[in-house]
Structures are given as structure tokens and as C-alpha cells.
Design a protein around this ligand. Structure first.
Ligand code: MN3
Length: 220
């Protein structure tokens, strides 16, 4: 069993002009593909771990031998986070969430505009490479904005990720260069609220942190 690169759920150019085709192609076909490759390489000597999902690996790092732990953390994270990231955007995205997710955002942030402002601020302030998230916290079920360094994922603290944006420079540098706020602003116009609602419903109904991100593990 090997981890597989999931196909992009739309064409490279489908999110233009907010996310450009060249960035999408490199980001998916090179960056994400490399994380998958390196994850499989890191697991080569550990047949028992090869059966495990990226989510399982990230939430059981203490069961990964020390020699492979950093590589597994970085590359399972890179694989999981990007798999979620592609689905967090959609060609006909944008607008605002509806239904239960909208109510929960109003409950925990006041308004959608306040949530959006806090999410952008967190993304802008994150130093270096990392990710910004809307997550449902393990204990209270409250929605919070989190940032993670490298390719860490909120599941590592037991929190369920609902929305994600990639603020590594490779996500925006070709089009926006150093202007990260400009990238963050455009990203709202392709945000996939249907997917976010699907994730939120899962989190509300089930405590299970495993949720499809990597696509099914397939036979090599
Ligand atoms: Mn990336």
C-alpha cells in the first residue's frame, strides 16, 4: 500500500485569476507530489505503518520510530494539508457559509466579517512557512482560528480542521511575490463553503479525526 497523489478536483486554471494556473500546476504536480513520494520513502522500512493514513500517522507520531519521525511528520502533514487545501477551494466558490456553519461562526466570532478579518490577520502575521485554519476544538466544539508551522495540522492537537489556507510562499509567490495579503484577499473568492459545511457536519456528528483527506489509500 502506498500513499497516492489525489487528482486536483478541477483544472489548473479553474481558480484564475485568484490562484493562477502555473502556481496550481507546480503546487500540485511538484510540491504535493514530492510530499507523497517522501512519505512513501520514509515508510519504506516500516510495513506496519504503510497501512496507516496520513491522519493516523500525524496523531500517533510517538508510534513512529525516531529515525523516521521528522520525515513522517513533515511529509504526512504536507500530503494531508494539501489534499484538504485543493478541496477548500472551488471554481464557483466565494460568498459566505450558510446553515449550521454560518450559525457557529456567528456564535464564536460575532459576524462573518469579523471571522474573515481575524483569519486574514492570522495568515498575514504567521512568520515563515505554515498554514492558517478554522478548526473545531476538541473539548468545547468552539470554532477557533489557528496557525501551524511547517506542515503541522490541527489534528495533532485533537482539533478538527474545517477551513484551510496555505501561506507557504510557494502558494502565491509566482503571482503575488511578497504580497501575501493580496493572495489572502483573492482566496476568499474561491473559498469552498460547501466543503467547509460538509467538514463541519462531520465534526459535529462524529469525534473521528479521519476524514477522507488523502483520498483512499490505494494498492501500489
Ligand atoms: Mn503548499
Amino acid at each position: 500500500m502506498k500513499h497516492q497523489l489525489p487528482p486536483l478536483p478541477y483544472d489548473y486554471g479553474a481558480l484564475e485569476p485568484h490562484v493562477d494556473a502555473r502556481t496550481m500546476q507546480l503546487h500540485h504536480d511538484k510540491h504535493h507530489a514530492t510530499y507523497v513520494e517522501k512519505l512513501n520513502t520514509a515508510l519504506e522500512k516500516y510495513p506496519d505503518l504503510q497501512q496507516r493514513s496520513a491522519t493516523w500517522l500525524l496523531t500517533h507520531l510517538d508510534e513512529v520510530p525516531q529515525a523516521a519521525r521528522t520525515a513522517v511528520r513533515n511529509n504526512a502533514g504536507g500530503h494531508l494539508n494539501h489534499s484538504m487545501y485543493w478541496r477548500a477551494m472551488a471554481p464557483k466558490g466565494g460568498g459566505a457559509p450558510r446553515g449550521a456553519l454560518s450559525d457557529a461562526i456567528a456564535r464564536d466570532f460575532g459576524t462573518f466579517a469579523k471571522f474573515k478579518a481575524q483569519f486574514d490577520e492570522a495568515g498575514e502575521k504567521l512568520f515563515g512557512s505554515g498554514w492558517v485554519w478554522l478548526a473545531r476544538t476538541k473539548d468545547s466544539g468552539k470554532l477557533v482560528i489557528l496557525t501551524t508551522p511547517g506542515h503541522d495540522n490541527p489534528v495533532m492537537q485533537g482539533h478538527f480542521p474545517i477551513v484551510v489556507n496555505d501561506v507557504w510562499e510557494h502558494a502565491y509567490y509566482l503571482k503575488h511575490q511578497n504580497r501575501r495579503p493580496e493572495f489572502l484577499e483573492g482566496w476568499w473568492l474561491v473559498a469552498n463553503w460547501q466543503e467547509a459545511a460538509r467538514r463541519f457536519d462531520h465534526a459535529e456528528k462524529s469525534g473521528d479525526l479521519e476524514f477522507e483527506e488523502e483520498g483512499a489509500l490505494q494498492d501500489a
